[in-house]
Design a protein around this ligand. Structure first.
Ligand code: THU
Length: 147
């Protein structure tokens, strides 16, 4: 049984690989799939700033590339400012608006209201939400007439 703390630990491990030389803010994400496997991602910035990729989206794209987009059940997200080479901070960090929309794609395709666990780079507190709380009245495939 994978606990929220396990997903947060996996997200923290992923965040160590963040490529964030511009924002100096590391984010890690860990998806729990229906078979219990975990897929991770970290933020991936580049010199054009605005084209940077968020950790959650990287993890979701990886799951999709494995043919597993419909299998996402939960996600753990952590983030924090990088100080002396390590991400710091204890306040929970939640997914940005774009990541919520991308999460909604997995939720709709998989028929699940994904559980979202948010934590800081350090610290114990985990804030847990349903995706429908974070993105109410979402735009999704049904709006395009796609079941
Ligand atoms: N970031 C994420 O990876 N996920 C989010 O949900 C919010 C922001 C990244 C993007 C950028 O590399 C850094 O955090 C600062 O915005």
């Amino acid at each position: 049984m994978t606990e929220p703390s396990d997903l947060i630990a996996a997200a923290r491990a992923a965040a160590r690989h963040a490529h964030a030389p511009y924002s100096h803010f590391a984010v890690g994400a860990a998806l729990l799939l229906a078979d219990g496997s975990i897929v991770t991602g970290c933020n991936f910035e580049n010199a054009s700033y605005g084209l940077s990729l968020c950790a959650e989206t990287v993890a979701l794209a990886t799951a999709n590339a494995q043919g597993r987009l419909a299998d996402v059940v939960e996600i753990g997200v952590i983030g924090g400012a990088i100080v002396d080479g390590a991400a710091r901070g204890s306040e929970p960090v939640g997914p940005c608006g774009r990541c919520r929309q991308v999460l909604n794609e997995a939720a709709q395709i998989g028929g699940r209201d994904i559980l979202v666990h948010c934590a800081g780079a350090e610290g114990e507190r985990i804030a847990t939400y349903r995706l429908s709380e974070l993105l109410p009245h979402a735009f999704g495939p049904a709006d395009l007439g796609i079941a």
